[in-house]
Design a protein around this ligand. Structure first.
Ligand code: NAG
Ligand code: NAG
Ligand code: NAG
Length: 529
């Protein structure tokens, strides 16, 4: 397909005016948020246990080779969690005692010599490695609230499939991290555990919904994390907290044990459970494990020759509903393009995919189901009850978050599940999927912002509601995508981008992530100076 076919037309005047007005409002709003939040924020201490800075695969190797014990690694994680959690409020429930028992068992197995190091590497590649996951992914014996007050006493009776698969390979789950109410907003805050803060600057959000996990991984509180992503819930927190995060290709990783469970096959195809790590090289082995029997579809062992990749990029979604992309992000994406040209002689091709302008409308519409959003967060719901709850919220008496209630209210407006408009958007989704399939082929990757700005102040997403379109549209298309950290911006907050590949070509995303991890420095310890 030639670029001209998909070249964007001049925006209509109405939209250009709307865009200008939005920009003006954004500047004014930023000014007030600056006045309110523009303080130092809370400090977090430096990392003292060096093992926390290492890739999970290296930690696993050291444990197998008896260079460090699993118990020692676990102790380092617990010390770090205790050091940072008062400032970050990212970690919400532990199973430290059980984890200690499992770590001792792992060490005993290694010391017993009943298996060779090679056998252990093959059968239990993450033996003794402590990890964490978000509260909405079931861990037997721990709470499973999804940040919904009505669910505050619910305890999971069984592990989610991904947790089972990881434990089977020797990894040790040590606790849960915070999420937004029902995992449906991009600031992590709920009325059970409160609000989570960004390790690079606690006045900023961590993103959502795997926001507690993003914050904890950014702060190096466990060796790796597992998140889930239906609109950017892995990739936004990864971006805001300076780590790698991968949303797998559709229908590869089992969603069983995640709450809420998607209602339809289409929504299942949007949702992906995936790894969140400080090092790119951990992504592939972790996806290999959590894909279970589906791993073979991804051909993860096949070598990827970077020099043979086709690289495409687009820096703006062209949407009048989102801000222009921050200049630090634009500049670093250009540096990435230059890097591939210099190092690998690949001339990246810029795209202007016009249909991306519809991203947010496509996602919001195709996310609709018969179930009302409010049913997930309220005992009984109707427009009247939602309005009443909003009043209660304003005086601090509601179990629901403000944004949760507003979302429930908006659910009553606009397109209805199954109606003519809905069908039209299904068609738009399909068309856009075909555009991407044609561009990407079997050897293409697409570089695109994970988000247009660095981490906003707390509550600021309320006035930037649609800025998550960059990640959300990729869920609708079922494509694999990895957020890659690329240093810090002028405000000291992480910047980066996402790399997208065709269905089941997750290995191309990983090859690019590993290359750029080496070239651009990857994860940077927060508040290091
Ligand atoms: C997000 O929205 C806010 C407010 O409109 C704006 O300032 C910011 O730059 C936006 N970023 C993007 C990409 O939309
Ligand atoms: C956090 O952000 C505020 C407001 O932008 C700034 O004044 C402060 O210096 C930042 N703190 C750190 C630790 O960078
Ligand atoms: C494999 O994929 C199928 C179809 O998407 C899914 O139902 C199943 O849960 C997956 N299996 C695992 C182990 O992830």
């Amino acid at each position: 397909m030639s670029t001209t076919e998909i070249t964007n037309k001049q925006l209509p005047l109405k939209l250009r005016v709307l865009h200008r007005v939005r920009l003006a409002i954004a500047v004014i709003v930023r000014f007030f948020f600056n006045l309110y939040y523009g303080n130092e924020g809370e400090k977090i201490p430096p990392i003292t246990d060096h093992i926390l800075k290492e890739p999970a695969v290296d930690v696993a190797k050291k444990i197998r080779n008896k260079e460090i014990s699993s118990v020692e690694v676990l102790e380092a994680c617990i010390r770090r969690i205790k050091d940072v959690n008062s400032a970050l409020n990212c970690f919400v429930e532990d199973r430290f005692e059980l984890a200690f028992k499992e770590a001792k068992d792992a060490d005993a197995l290694i010391l017993s010599g009943t298996k060779t190091v090679e056998q252990l590497e093959k059968e239990k590649p993450f033996l003794g490695v402590p990890f964490t996951t978000k509260d909405c992914i079931a861990v037997k014996g721990l709470h499973h609230t999804s940040g919904v007050v009505l669910r505050k006493d619910i305890v999971a009776e069984e592990d989610a499939d991904v947790i089972k698969l990881l434990r089977d390979k020797g990894a040790i789950i040590i606790g849960l991290t915070n999420v937004p109410e029902i995992c449906m907003w991009w600031e992590t805050h709920n009325h059970i555990y409160g609000r989570t803060n960004n390790p690079y600057n606690t006045t900023r959000i961590v993103g959502g919904s795997s926001g507690g996990e993003g914050s904890l991984q950014g702060a190096a509180g466990s060796i790796f994390g597992i998140g889930s992503d239906i609109g950017g819930s892995i990739r936004m927190p990864a971006f805001f907290n300076g780590i790698f995060g991968h949303k797998p290709s559709r229908n590869i990783v089992s969603n069983s044990g995640q709450y809420p469970i998607p209602e339809t096959d289409l929504l299942h195809s949007f949702l992906g459970i995936g790894p969140m790590t400080r090092h790119a090289k951990d992504l592939k082995p972790l996806l290999q494990i959590i894909s279970g029997e589906n791993a073979s579809k991804l051909k993860l062992d096949e070598h990827v020759d970077i020099k043979k990749l086709k690289i495409f990029y687009q820096i703006d979604s062209e949407s009048p509903l989102t801000d222009p992309v921050d200049k630090d992000i634009v500049s670093v994406m250009h540096k990435v393009v230059e890097y591939f040209e210099k190092q690998h002689n690949i001339k990246a091709e810029e795209k202007k995919i016009d249909k991306l302008r519809k991203s947010i409308a496509i996602w919001l519409t195709t996310m609709k189901t018969q179930r009302k959003f409010g049913e997930l967060i309220m005992k009984k719901e109707s427009v009247g009850l939602i309005l009443l709850e909003i009043l209660k919220n304003i005086v601090g008496l509601s179990g629901n978050t403000f944004i949760g209630l507003v979302t429930a209210l908006f659910d009553y407006t606009g397109v209805k599940f199954g109606d003519e408009k809905y069908q039209q958007y299904l068609k738009h989704r399909e068309d856009l999927e075909n555009v991407f399939k044609n561009i990407l082929g079997d050897d293409g990757v697409f570089l695109y912002p994970s988000h247009p700005t660095t981490a906003p102040y707390h509550n600021e997403p309320l006035v930037k509601a649609f800025n998550f379109s960059y990640t959300a549209i990729i869920n609708s298309l079922g494509l694999p995508a990895t957020t890659i950290p690329l240093g810090l911006g002028r405000d000291g907050l992480p910047i980066g981008m996402q790399v997208i590949a065709n269905h089941n070509n997750d290995r191309l995303c990983f090859a690019v992530a590993e290359e750029l991890d080496r070239a651009f420095g990857g994860w940077i310890e927060p508040q290091r100076s």
